[in-house]
Design a protein around this ligand. Structure first.
Ligand code: F0G
Length: 482
């Protein structure tokens, strides 16, 4: 990895052809005792030899990687008419040297990842954090309103290259919305449009998300079951239905989601924060964030990694129980599968199903568990569970300070409050909370919180209830002065 000027780097990366890509990027089984490798062109969602999850890996010695992360700042100045303009506008592809599995011509983008780290001083003061120490990474500003678009840009790039036309996923809502949107925007290589097939749980999906999938024309299959049932079904259906799977078991999805961490670093002038806090559902983000930092450290582009806090809802707390109570550790890839399976068998026998108001993370069997354990090891991570009330209060606090997010994202702030109480995080630590989805995804929950729901449950602790008032200017004036 020699030192190169920005222009040399640009030329080199633009000229990477597919054959070169295949030499420098490949798929690899994450299990160290197996480590089987596969070419980029193989359609696999698990290792053919041992069934473990796959990673996209790179031979970095053959990739034109910049010697400093500040190289990426130059991409903000790309002239609009240049060949690189679309890729450089994308918050995913402007970091293309760190996910070099596709050429400039192949990148699928609809302008995802244009999200800026926000310093949240007022919220910091409310939470007892030192001003200047709390940041929100609001991924709800993506085109379909959630962080999923980062992953879809990467996975659709691969799907298109492979000539696939029928995309499928199981979803609590956001994956389906994002998949449906990208399918509409991505012509296949022979010019046909792509088909989106999404599996969602009958009454488990927030209206905003379902509305998106329907509006974008996805074949929306509502099954009588929850996300875990959808996930099992869709994995079974891949071959029978010829689906290209777009859930986060697709390793290309996670390559796109790594860029959330690059943008966090960029927002901090390439300084590494002390903590990253993220809600945990299927654990794709958790997995991607760990991979991002493992690679950056390997490349010498950061000299330390932040700590990671993954926040489960109490009613969907698989990672919390396995990591914090059962003490399951990644252990260099030799994590105790038998104990994890015994835990699943026991909780299934008890009839336990995931249940939380944060429907996005209502997941009992996270498919990325092994990769999440790897991230927790690499980032000296902790896992916490928070109640639905705490999630809704976290969400309301975000809203009250002007960003707004969907319930699952509120878990980040709820987790921060808990970790401050526990003194695991100190008030002067630099903390980044990831807000994963847009405020308007799940308006029912927001209205119930502020107005009190129709079934008689009370309003939330930080509720801002509508005020009934006579149609009279004096009455309104009195009300405003009160
Ligand atoms: N936040 C939101 C808003 C989500 O939609 C999801 C996942 C998560 C957090 C959890 O992220 O899976 O990376 O741990 N939603 C998926 C879906 C499962 O189908 O939309 P994760």
């Amino acid at each position: 990895m020699g030192t190169r000027t920005p222009i040399q780097l640009q030329l080199l990366s633009n000229n990477l052809t597919m054959s070169i890509m295949n030499d420098i990027a490949f798929q690899q089984c994450m299990a160290p005792d197996c480590g089987a490798t596969y070419g980029l062109g193989e359609v696999l969602f698990a290792c053919r030899r041992c069934g473990a999850l796959l990673d996209i890996r790179y031979d970095w010695s053959r990739c034109p990687v910049p010697k400093s992360l500040s190289f990426f700042e130059s991409r903000w100045q790309t002239p609009i008419r240049s060949r690189e303009a679309r890729a450089d506008f994308s918050g995913v592809w402007r970091f293309r040297e760190l996910l070099p599995f596709a050429s400039l011509e192949e990148h699928v983008t609809i302008g995802e990842g244009r999200t800026l780290l926000q310093q949240a001083d007022e919220l910091a003061v409310t939470l007892g954090v030192k001003p200047g120490c709390l940041y929100l990474q609001y991924e709800g500003f993506n085109p379909s309103g959630s962080f999923k678009d980062n992953g879809m840009a990467a996975a659709f790039t691969t799907a298109r290259r492979l000539g696939r036309r029928r995309m499928g996923c199981a979803s609590t809502g956001n994956t389906s919305a994002s998949l449906a949107m990208y399918a509409r925007h991505t012509p296949s290589l022979n010019g046909h449009s792509m088909q989106a097939v999404v599996f969602v749980g009958g009454d488990k999906i927030a209206f905003g998300k379902l509305a998106q999938a329907l509006d974008f024309g996805a074949k929306t299959i509502q099954i009588d079951g929850d996300f875990d049932a959808c996930m099992e079904l869709v994995q079974e259906a891949v071959d029978r239905l010829g689906l290209y799977l777009m859930n986060s078991v697709n390793p290309f999805r996670l390559e796109g989601q790594k860029t959330i961490m690059y943008r966090v670093l960029e927002g901090l002038g390439w300084e590494v924060p002390d903590w990253v806090i993220v809600p945990g559902g299927n654990l794709g983000n958790t997995s991607a964030f760990g991979k991002a930092f493992i690679e950056l450290r390997e490349l010498g582009l950061v000299n330390r990694v932040p700590r990671l806090a993954v926040i489960n809802a109490r009613g969907a707390n698989t990672l919390y129980e396995l990591h914090e109570q059962e003490k399951i550790r990644f252990d260099n890839g030799r994590w105790d599968r038998t104990r994890v399976e015994a835990w699943y068998a026991r909780t299934s026998a008890e009839g336990r199903r995931a249940k939380t108001v944060a429907s996005a993370i209502e997941i009992g069997r996270p498919v990325n568990l092994p990769k999440a354990l790897r991230s927790l090891e690499a980032m000296e991570g902790v896992v916490r569970q928070v109640s639905d009330e705490a999630i809704l209060d976290g969400k309301a606090l975000v809203g009250a300070h002007g960003y707004g997010c969907e319930p699952a994202s509120g878990a980040s702030v709820a987790g921060l409050r808990l970790l401050l109480d526990e003194r695991v995080i100190s008030h002067s630590d630099r903390v980044v909370c990831i807000l994963t989805g847009h405020q308007l995804k799940d308006p029912d929950v927001t209205l119930n919180y502020h107005r009190g729901s129709r079934d008689g449950t009370g309003v939330g602790s930080f509720a801002n209830s509508p005020v009934p008032c006579a149609t009279d200017i004096e009455a309104i004036a009195k009300l405003l002065d009160a």
